[in-house]
Write a protein that binds this ligand. Structure first.
Ligand SMILES: [Mg+2]
Ligand SMILES: [Zn+2]
Length: 97
């Protein structure tokens, strides 16, 4: 499933609840799921890592839906096929460590 279709699915499933919950409580859920992803990475369980990545994407989609932001458009705007800093593909920036 591509990002646009996934975001649309999250809208169909959850938009009413997401809207009622609002931006900051939804952001808090996103942060909670990022924390769960961190714990899954520490445990090294691949199934758990995949599950939490799904959760992170779902909550990011919910947040984007509340704000009426198209995640695919946001991604392409920031990353238009080359590294936004050095303009190269692959990136030639100094290593991030
Ligand atoms: Mg989770
Ligand atoms: Zn770069």
């Amino acid at each position: 499933m591509d990002l646009t279709k996934f975001q649309e699915l999250m809208r169909k499933l959850y938009f009413d609840k997401d809207k009622k919950r609002g931006v900051f409580k939804t952001f808090a859920w996103l942060v909670q799921e990022v924390g769960e992803l961190g714990r899954a990475l520490l445990n090294g369980n691949r199934d758990a890592i995949m599950e939490e990545m799904g959760d992170v994407l779902a909550w990011l989609s919910s947040l984007a839906n509340i704000l009426d932001i198209d995640l695919s458009e946001a991604a392409q705007r920031k990353y238009p096929g080359v590294c936004p800093k050095c303009g190269c593909k692959p990136c030639r920036c100094p290593e991030n460590v």
